[in-house]
Design a protein around this ligand. Structure first.
Ligand SMILES: NC(=O)c1ccc[n+]([C@@H]2O[C@H](COP(=O)([O-])OP(=O)(O)OC[C@H]3O[C@@H](n4cnc5c(N)ncnc54)[C@H](OP(=O)(O)O)[C@@H]3O)[C@@H](O)[C@H]2O)c1
Length: 335
C-alpha cells in the first residue's frame, strides 16, 4: 500500500479546530470562497518554473491528481524570469520543494544547473522535470519524450523502420527526434527554414540518431519527403491560437502538401489550442490519423508526478479531465 510521504496527515497530528457553525447554516468564509481551501500549514510544494506561465494547464492538472491521491501537496506556477533560475532553484531546494516542472525558456539552463542528469536529459541538453536529491541539489530528467510517445505506442501502428518527418528544428524537435529514434523509425527527416539552425540540430543529434537527415523548407524538398513519410510531426508554433487570433488558419503545410502523403499516414501536431488545429482539420479531411499535443502534455505531467511521488500509478484520467476543463475555461476568445 502507498505510504503517504511526510506532510500527509497522520493519526498523531492534532485535530484541527472544527468550525463553529450551527447545524443547517453555512460557514460564512466557506460561502464567500465557494469551497474550502485544501492548503494546510503542512502542505508541501511542487511547481512549474517558466516565463510566461499565464496559460499553463499544469496547476489544474496536477492539483486534481494530488487531491485524488489524498496528498497534502500543492502545485503552483512560479513565473521565473530569465536570469533568475539559479536563485529560484536554490531557494526551492532550501524549502524542500517536492519536485519541479521546467518550461520555456529554462529547459537548457536547468540541464546545466542540475547536480545530476538522466542519460536522456544529458543527451538532449534539456530538462523538463527536476526531482530533489536526498543529498541536496536536483536530479534532472526529461519526460517530454515519454509524453510524446504515449499516444503513438497506444495506436497499434508498427513504427519501426518507417520514415518520419519532423517540421521545425527548435527545442521540442530534439526531444521528438529522440522519441522517434527510440521507436526505431528510420530515416528521420527534419525540415527547417533556417539552414544554420537546422545544421545545429543535426550536429547535436546525429551521434544517437544516425539516420537523421535535414530537409530544406521548400516545396521542392518537402513534397518528396512527405511522399515517403508514415508520420509527420509539427513542432513549429504555426497554427497555435493566441488571444488576438483564437482560430488561426496558418498551417506549416498546405492542403496540396498533404495530398503527397502515403495512405494511412499519421499527422501529429504538438499544439493543442485550438482543437483541432487547421493542420489537423485538413489531415482529417484527407482521411489521415491525427494526434494533437494534449495527450503529450498530460502524459509528460503524469510521468513527472510518478517521479516526485514514487508511485507506480497516478490518476491520468483525472489529469486529462482537469486539463480539458481548464482549456475550455481559458480558450482564447475575441480580443
Ligand atoms: N504538447 C506539448 O506537451 C508540447 C511540448 C512542447 C512544445 N509544444 C509546442 O510545440 C511548439 C514548438 O515548441 P518549441 O519549444 O520547440 O519552440 P521553439 O524552440 O521556438 O521552436 C520552434 C521551431 O519552429 C520553427 N518555426 C517557427 N515559425 C515557423 C514558420 N513560420 N515556418 C517554419 N518554421 C517555423 C522555428 O524555426 P527557426 O529555428 O528558424 O526559428 C523553430 O525551429 C509550440 O507551439 C509549443 O507550444 C507542445
Amino acid at each position: 500500500m502507498f505510504q503517504p510521504p511526510s506532510g500527509a496527515p497522520d493519526a498523531t497530528d492534532p485535530p484541527s479546530n472544527p468550525p463553529v457553525v450551527p447545524p443547517g447554516e453555512t460557514c460564512l468564509a466557506q460561502e464567500r470562497c465557494g469551497r474550502r481551501s485544501t492548503i494546510s500549514g503542512a502542505s508541501e510544494l511542487v511547481a512549474v518554473l517558466g516565463d510566461p506561465l499565464r496559460h499553463t494547464l499544469s496547476p489544474a492538472m496536477h492539483n486534481a491528481a494530488l487531491q485524488e491521491l489524498g496528498l497534502d501537496w500543492v502545485y503552483m506556477a512560479l513565473r521565473t524570469p530569465p536570469g533568475r533560475l539559479a536563485a529560484v532553484l536554490e531557494g526551492l531546494g532550501a524549502v524542500e520543494c517536492r519536485g519541479l516542472n521546467i518550461t520555456l525558456p529554462h529547459k537548457a539552463e536547468a540541464a546545466q544547473l542540475a547536480q545530476e542528469l538522466s542519460p536522456l536529459a544529458a543527451r538532449l541538453g534539456a530538462v523538463n522535470t527536476l526531482v530533489p536529491r536526498a543529498e541536496g541539489g536536483w536530479f534532472g530528467t526529461n519526460t517530454d519524450v515519454e509524453g510524446f510517445l504515449a499516444p503513438l505506442r497506444s495506436c497499434g501502428v508498427p513504427w519501426q523502420g518507417q520514415q518520419a518527418l519532423v517540421l521545425g528544428n527548435g527545442g521540442s524537435a530534439r526531444a521528438i527526434v529522440a522519441a522517434l529514434a527510440e521507436l526505431g523509425m528510420a530515416p528521420i527527416l527534419v525540415a527547417g527554414r533556417r539552414q544554420e539552425n537546422l545544421d545545429r540540430l543535426l550536429q547535436a543529434c546525429r551521434g544517437w540518431a544516425p539516420t537523421l537527415e535535414g530537409v530544406a523548407w521548400s516545396e521542392n524538398d518537402l513534397r518528396p519527403a512527405l511522399g515517403g513519410s508514415t508520420l509527420v510531426v509539427n513542432t513549429t508554433p504555426m497554427g497555435m491560437a493566441r488571444s488576438g487570433d483564437p482560430e488561426p488558419t496558418a498551417t506549416p503545410l498546405g492542403p496540396w502538401d498533404l495530398d503527397a502523403l502515403p495512405p494511412g499516414a499519421t499527422i501529429y501536431d504538438l499544439i493543442y489550442t485550438p482543437r483541432p488545429t487547421a493542420l489537423l482539420q485538413q489531415a482529417i479531411a484527407r482521411g489521415c490519423r491525427t494526434i494533437d499535443g494534449l495527450e503529450m502534455l498530460v502524459q509528460q505531467g503524469a510521468a513527472a508526478l510518478r517521479l516526485w511521488t514514487g508511485l507506480g500509478e497516478v490518476p491520468v484520467a483525472v489529469m486529462r479531465e482537469a486539463a480539458l476543463h481548464q482549456l475550455a475555461i481559458q480558450s482564447p476568445g475575441p480580443p
